[in-house]
Write a protein that binds this ligand. Sequence first.
Ligand SMILES: Nc1ncnc2c1ncn2[C@@H]1O[C@H](COP(=O)(O)OP(=O)(O)OP(=O)(O)O)[C@@H](O)[C@H]1O
Ligand SMILES: [Mg+2]
Length: 467
Amino acid sequence: MIPFSLFVVEDEESVRFGITLALEGKYRVRAFGDAETAIAATREEEPDLVLMDIGLPRMNGIDAFKAMREIRPDLVGLVITAFEDVPTVVSAMKAGAFDYVVKPLHMETLEMHVENALETIRLKKEVRDLQERCLRDKMPLFIGSSHAVREVMEFVEAVAKSPDTPVLIEGETGTGKELIAAAIHYRSPHFRGPLVSVNCAAIPRDLIESELFGYEKGAFTGAGAGGKKGLVEQAAGGTLFLDEVGDLGNEAQAKLLRFLEAGEFYRVGGTRALKVSARIVSATNKDLQGLIAGGRFREDLYYRLAVVKVMVPSLNERREDILPIARHYLVEFGRKFGKPFKGFSGDAEAALTARQWKGNVRELKNIVEWAVLAGKGSLVARDDLGLDRAGPGAAQAASLPGAMSFPPLTLSGVNLDALQESFDRYYINEALRLAEGNECRAASLLNINHHTFRYRRKKRGDQASPN
Ligand SMILES: Nc1ncnc2c1ncn2[C@@H]1O[C@H](COP(=O)(O)OP(=O)(O)OP(=O)(O)O)[C@@H](O)[C@H]1O
Ligand SMILES: [Mg+2]
C-alpha cells in the first residue's frame, strides 16, 4: 500500500524536526519552514494531509492553507496553534481545516490527530468511489461493437470530457440518441450532477417557456404561489438534454438562443437575471438543415447547439450489432416475463439480420419483446417474430404476432405489471402508427382521452416519436 503523504509547515526548526521524526516512520513526510515554499510544492504534488503552523513569518498559516486549497480544493489540513484562542481556531476551521492541535505538542497526541484525520480522508474517498461506481452503473448499456458504434463511442468519450461544449446528437428514430445523451452525461466530469431531460415535442408551446425557465409567483393566472424552478435551473451543475429539439416553436427557439448567447435567463415574470452552468445536449431525428432552409428552425440557434455533432448510425448500417442487441433483449424480456429462451432459431436469426430496420433499435426491441410473449419452447422461431405483419411504414410499431400467446401461469408466477405495460406499449405504438403520429387521433382509437394517452405514453418510458 502506498503510504499517506504529509506536508509539515512549521517555522521553528526544532518543532519541525520533532514532528518529522515522529511521523516519517509511518508516512511520507515533506517539511517546509515557510508558507511560500509549501504553496509552491502544492502545485507539484497533492499531499493527503497538511500540518500547518499558524504563526509563520510573512504569511500566517490560515492564509497559507487558503492559498493551498485554491490549488487543491480537496486538501485536508490539521492546524497547529500556539494558543487555543477561539477566533483563531474558528477562522482555521472556516478556511476548511479539519482539526487543530495546541502547542506545546505531545507527539502521541499529534499522531492520534493525524490518524483520525487520515481515517476520515480514507472513508470519504471510499464513499466517493462507491458513489461514482453506483452512478456509472446507472448508465444504460449501449450494446454493439461494430466499427461504426466503436467510433461513435470513442468520440462520445472524448467529447464528454469537456463539460461546457454543447453537443447535438443526430440520427434516425430509435437509433439510441437518448442513450448517447446519457453516456455523455455519465462520462463527463459532472456525472454527479443532474441529468434533466426535456422532450421539446411533448410540452405544449404555451408552456415551454415556463417549463424551461421557471416562473415567479403571480407571473400568470395559475402560477403557483412560491414560483417554480424551471428545467434549466434544475440542470445546474449537470446536463440539460433537449430531446426532439427540432420541434421547438419559434418563440421558444428565440428564448433558448438568448439563454445560450448570454448565459443567463429570466424566470417568467422575473426581473432578476439568473445564471446557470449546465451542459446542453440536444437530439433530433429531423433534418435540421432542411428545417432551416424552410424557415422553421433558426440557423443561429443551430450553430449554438451543434458546436459538436454526433451522428448515430442507423441499425441497417451496422448489421453486426443486430443479433447482440436482439439476444440482450431476449434475456431481458425473458426474465421479465418468466420465459427464459436459449436463443433464436437459425432462420429467425437470418430474418432479423436481413430485415430493413426502419424503426432501428426501438423496432428490434419491440419485436423481441413480442416474440418472447409469442414464443414457446426454448428457441424463438422465425414465425414468433411476426415480421411479415409489420409491413412498410410500420417503423415504430411492434407487430402483434398472429399466434401470440400469454405466458402460462405456473408456480413460478408471472409478472402481471410487466405484461400490462407491454400491452400498453403495443397498443400505444400501433395507435400512433395508424394515426400517423397524431396523439389526439391515437387516443381516440384507444377510447381514452388525450391526457390519459400522454400520461401512459410517458409512463411506459419509451417515447416513440412520431415521424
Ligand atoms: N445500442 C443499444 N443497445 C441497447 N438498447 C438500445 C440501443 N440503442 C437503442 N436502444 C433502446 O432502443 C430504444 C430507443 O432508443 P432511444 O430512445 O435512445 O432512441 P432515439 O434515437 O432517441 O429515438 P427517437 O428519435 O425516436 O427519440 C430504447 O428503449 C433504448 O433503450
Ligand atoms: Mg429520443
